[in-house]
Write a protein that binds this ligand. Structure first.
Ligand code: AGP
Length: 615
């Protein structure tokens, strides 16, 4: 869950690495560091805090010239975030310097061995152990850096994307990957290294994504040669042409990435169904499904594995698949599924949902499902990500880069894809009448314009946010399709504003949470017309009689709830199965404004990282 960047070539490395680190800050932002080789010596600077803090410190303390360098932005796993634990780390001789994203699980035993041989350690990190192990191997075996890295990596257990160079041979960087992502940007007589392609997109469109168990020695002017870490077999680099553009990874006039991404949803949903949803012809075309249709049609059940917001999208999908396609669905937290010896057979289809495509628990759940013979389908946003590669087939959401740590457009685009799949299966299985199928297809096609309309509530949401910004607790209620939306609304609020929030099925309130309600408690109730409207209205009455403050998300034109609630926010009318795409919008905006008003760092909330590559 850290970001790594490296450069070797003919340009000044410092600005490339600093800008790259800023773009990767979504991966971790509790400390940062940089090491540059100036033709004579290594200049290294690191600090607790953000990349901006590193910029201030390094420009004050070190020479920032040199055409070879590596940088790191950290989300702490071993050792508290402080200057010493920040990367890069030196080996004891001061010759080798390393950056690392991942965890070395057996670092304690390796450290003990190295200590016996006289090595000393400044930091509490597993990474400092790894660089010294490489140094020890290099000396003992009298081998070059590349070989030393390979031998050392065969002695460690864990996950890594590393970049390491040697002051004594400053014409190469050695990189290796297992479990954590690593992309190499290929320029003319220059190479870029990064956790994703965003740090080098303005320099090159050509990249190689390392596979697990691969390493490379990168020398400007030479071709990349890949090797398998385990058995030294030669691997062949697949050069990919990147689709990313610079605009997508910048804020584009918005104060925060999160707000930009909330507003991007109409476009993102369109991009998700573009070329797949052909409403006028009554067709849904998705090659990942079309090519594997029998697997889906013959499946005993669908198991959905995911984490966080993606898990909430999975819960919405459970309603959609069961309701429309009549397929039994189980939705599992990937982190629980992977360790609880689940019953999986080759008649199961597993759908793994992940924005980043790198979530360690989801990856492990996929591997387990595959080992047990299930067919695994991925729904990912990041093209070329580990989950996209690990699954048997899949569909990208095409939402564009999501940089705000709080997922917004990932949620709605995941629901869009899953709705398309459910509709396709419903049609193929004959579970839905033709007119209803066509109606939903047509409605889905115009949903982006309804999302636009839902976004128009923003000024009102801001006023409501101002009333509740100092709350300590908050309850979110919804039923049916909107129960997962309540969970998602609560997650958004707690992760970016640090207000304690709970999501509940509205009818469950009377089994416990109702005890929390008093005049201090804001309760956000999703009470749209379709679904269990009258039942939810009764729940609103129950809250009102206990003096709770009611913020209701209602269908345009609703009068009944308006009479009861303290505030109403309207969303356009739609089919119940599509309503999460609209009801989630005001909840995203509410969390956003409350977090801004509380002075929280919206895009980089404390303790979190965008891509959770550790378990
Ligand atoms: C959502 O706002 C979160 N930041 C988090 O829960 C996220 O959805 C989760 O970590 C899963 O990530 P993924 O979709 O990249 O797998």
């Amino acid at each position: 869950m850290c970001g790594i960047v490296g450069y070797i070539g003919y340009r000044e490395a410092y600005p490339i690495i600093m800008k790259g680190l800023q773009r990767l800050e979504y991966r971790g932002y509790d400390s940062a560091g940089i090491a540059l080789y100036d033709g004579n010596q290594i200049n290294l600077s690191k600090t607790k805090g953000k990349v901006e803090d590193l910029r201030n410190k390094s420009e004050r303390d070190i020479a920032i010239n040199g055409t070879l360098g590596i940088g790191h932005t950290r989300w702490a796993t071993h050792g508290v975030p402080n200057d010493v634990n920040s990367h890069p780390h030196y080996s004891n001789s001061g010759d080798l310097v390393i950056i690392h994203n991942g965890i070395i699980e057996n670092y304690e035993s390796v450290k003990t061995e190295l200590k016996k041989r006289g090595y000393v350690f400044e930091s509490d990190t597993d990474t400092e152990v790894l660089v010294n192990l490489i140094e020890e191997v290099k000396k003992k075996e009298n081998v070059k850096l590349g070989q030393a890295v390979q031998i050392a990596l065969n002695q460690v257990v864990g996950a890594y994307a590393i970049a390491v160079f040697d002051k004594q041979k400053p014409d190469e960087i050695v990189v290796a990957k297992l479990g954590s992502p690593l992309a190499i940007g290929i320029g003319d007589k220059e190479f870029f290294i990064a956790s994703d392609a965003s740090p080098f997109i303005e320099f090159t469109n050509n990249a190689v994504y390392l596979e697990d168990d691969e390493m490379a020695i990168i020398r400007p002017g030479k071709e990349i040669k890949l090797r398998k870490i385990k058995d030294d077999a030669v691997a062949y680099p697949m050069v990919q042409e990147l689709q990313l553009n610079l605009e997508e990874i910048e804020k584009g006039g918005y104060d925060h990435f999160m707000l930009k991404e909330i507003y991007e949803q109409p476009r993102a949903i369109k991009d998700t169904y573009r070329g797949r949803l052909l409403a006028d012809q009554g067709l849904i075309k998705m090659s990942g499904i079309d090519d594997n249709l029998e697997k889906f049609l013959n499946a005993n059940r669908i198991i959905i594995v995911a984490c966080g917001t993606s898990w909430h999208a999975g819960l919405v999908a459970e309603y959609i698949f069961e309701d429309l396609a009549r397929v039994p669905v189980e939705v599992e937290y990937a982190s629980e599924f992977r360790y609880r010896n689940p019953v999986i057979t080759n008649k199961d289809v597993v759908i793994a949902i992940s924005q980043s495509g790198e979530t360690a628990d989801t990856l492990a759940a996929i591997k387990l499902a595959k080992e047990n013979g299930a067919f695994v389908f991925g729904v990912c946003n990041v093209v070329g990500s580990s989950i996209a590669r690990e699954t048997d087939a899949g569909a990208y959401t095409h939402a564009g880069p999501e940089i705000g740590v709080a997922s917004t457009k990932a949620f709605t685009t995941q629901i869009t894809i899953l709705t398309l799949i459910a509709l396709k299966l419903a049609k193929e299985k004959g579970e839905m009448s033709e007119p209803r199928y066509h109606e939903i297809l047509t409605e889905l096609e115009i949903i982006p314009s309804k999302v636009e309309r839902a976004l128009q509530a923003n000024p009102l949401v801001e006023i409501i946010a101002d009333v509740y910004k100092d709350s300590e607790n908050c309850l979110y209620l919804g039923r049916g399709y909107n129960f997962p939306v309540a969970l998602e609304g609560a997650l958004k609020l707690k992760e970016i504003s640090y207000i304690h929030a709970e999501g509940y099925p509205a009818a469950e309130m009377k089994h416990g949470p109702i005890a929390l309600i008093d005049e201090q408690m804001p309760v956000i109730v999703i009470a749209t017309k379709k679904g269990h409207y009258e039942k939810v209205v009764s729940n609103i009455q129950e809250i009102k009689s206990r003096k709770g403050k009611i913020i209701a998300i209602v269908t345009e034109g609703d009068e009944q709830v308006r009479e009861l609630a303290d505030h109403v926010i309207e969303v356009p009318e739609t089919f119940e199965c599509l309503s999460p795409l609209l009801t989630t919008i005001p909840l995203q905006l509410l969390s956003y404004h409350i977090a801004v008003m509380r002075g929280c760092n919206v895009d980089q909330p404390r303790n979190l990282a965008k891509s959770v590559t550790v378990e």
